[in-house]
Every structure is written in structure tokens, then in C-alpha cells.
Design a protein around this ligand. Sequence first.
Ligand code: 0O2
Length: 218
Amino acid sequence: MSDTQESIYAGHLPAMQAVMDEMLARIEQYRTEMKAKYGDADPVDHVLSRIKSEESMREKCRRRNLPENADSALHQLRDAIGIRIVCTFLRDVYTLRDFLEHFPDITVVEEKDYIRHAKPNGYRSFHLIVMTRGYYVEFQIRTISMDTWAALEHQMKYKKQIHGNQDLIVSELKRCADEMASTDISMQTIRDMIYGELSEDGSSYQLPEKRPAKSLTP
Ligand code: 0O2
């Protein structure tokens, strides 16, 4: 941004930062509660957060044919504030989703369950877009293995020159994504056995059903 160019977020940055900090504090609260319940086992491996950079936001506006202004950045696009939560186990992805949604000042705008419905390339993650205090926040909640996969796939997408057979890389990535998804279920099931939380019929962990659309805003 040049010295004379106004930020695309106009005067909203301090309020956006405050919203992001509040969401991060709630995630810390969740970790503390879960650690108290399960000893020292932390349900969250790590959390990343960012306000989309000025340049990335302007570039996204141009790509979407939107004017480069605060209305586009804050109302037409919904990922100016982004928080990625990387969980140790699969069930934590959904309990965290429930935890975040139970706050009365949070309105769920959209959920995209790319774990239940993986993208064709194998991408898995739970995306939750909420509105709070007048700002959208995009949460990406996923397991460690989903995160490792997404990071590698991202490297492939943005590397200008790929050494090796790209078709083979793409199909190997898809195979790994499916194997990792299966391992995530096995790891959750083993964990449930350790904690005596296996379902009564002893079956392996099942992903939760999609909730009724009425819990989401139109
Ligand atoms: P960045 O720099 O990561 O923020 P939207 O971005 O919501 O307007 P879309 O595509 O409908 O558009 O949203 P979706 O599918 O929820 O994806 C949003 C973000 O999820 C992406 O952000 C990526 O971070 C991540 N993502 C989605 N699909 C893939 C994928 O196939 N591979 C990887 N590695 N990440 C993915 P952006 O906008 O790309 O940019």
C-alpha cells in the first residue's frame, strides 16, 4: 500500500483485530476445558490466524470483479478474518465447531464440510463462516494429517515449475488424502477405546450427520 492509498479495510482494522483476539481467546478456553477433562491431552495441535493482507484482499477483489473497497472486503468477501484450528483427533473438529457455534453473539452463516464431502482432489477440512459483532470470520478446522496434506498440495499448486510427473503427483496426493482420512478414523477409534468412549456396539468412529439447514442462516 502506498503512503497515500487508504487501507481497503478503512478504519476497521482495530475492531477486526479485537474480534479475532476474542475468537482466539475462546479457542484457548476450549483447550483449557478439554485438558481439564482429559488430563494433559490437548485437543488442539496449533492455531493460525490472520487478517488477509492488503495486497491479497485487493487481488481477490480484482479476481472477483469487485471494487477494491471496504464493502467488498468486509461484506462481499467473507475471509478477511481467518482462523485455522488444527486438531489432534477427528472428533475434536466437530466438538470445536459446536463449541464455537454455541456462543450467543455468533451467527453461523455457512458450513462447508469438506471432511464428509472431500473435494475431488482429496482436500479435507471443515469450513465455518460466522458473523460476529458485524464481521465475518472464516474458521478452517481440520486434523493434523489434513493440514499436512493441504500444505503439500498448496506447494504443488503455487510452484511455478514442477519437477516430476504432475499427473502422478496429483493422483498420489489423492491416494494419500484417502489413506490419511481412513487413518484419522482409526486413530479416533483407538483413542475412544483408550478412554472407554467407544460406541455401545463397538463400531469405529462415525462422522456426525449433517445438521438441519435451519440451524444456518439463509
Ligand atoms: P487463502 O490465501 O488460503 O485464504 P472463498 O475463498 O470462500 O471465496 P471458495 O473456494 O468457495 O471461495 O471457498 P472454500 O472452498 O471454502 O476455500 C477457502 C479456502 O480453503 C482457500 O482459501 C484455501 O485456504 C482452502 N482450500 C480450499 N480448497 C483447497 C484445496 O483444494 N487445497 C488447499 N490446499 N486449500 C484449499 P483461498 O481463497 O484459496 O486463499
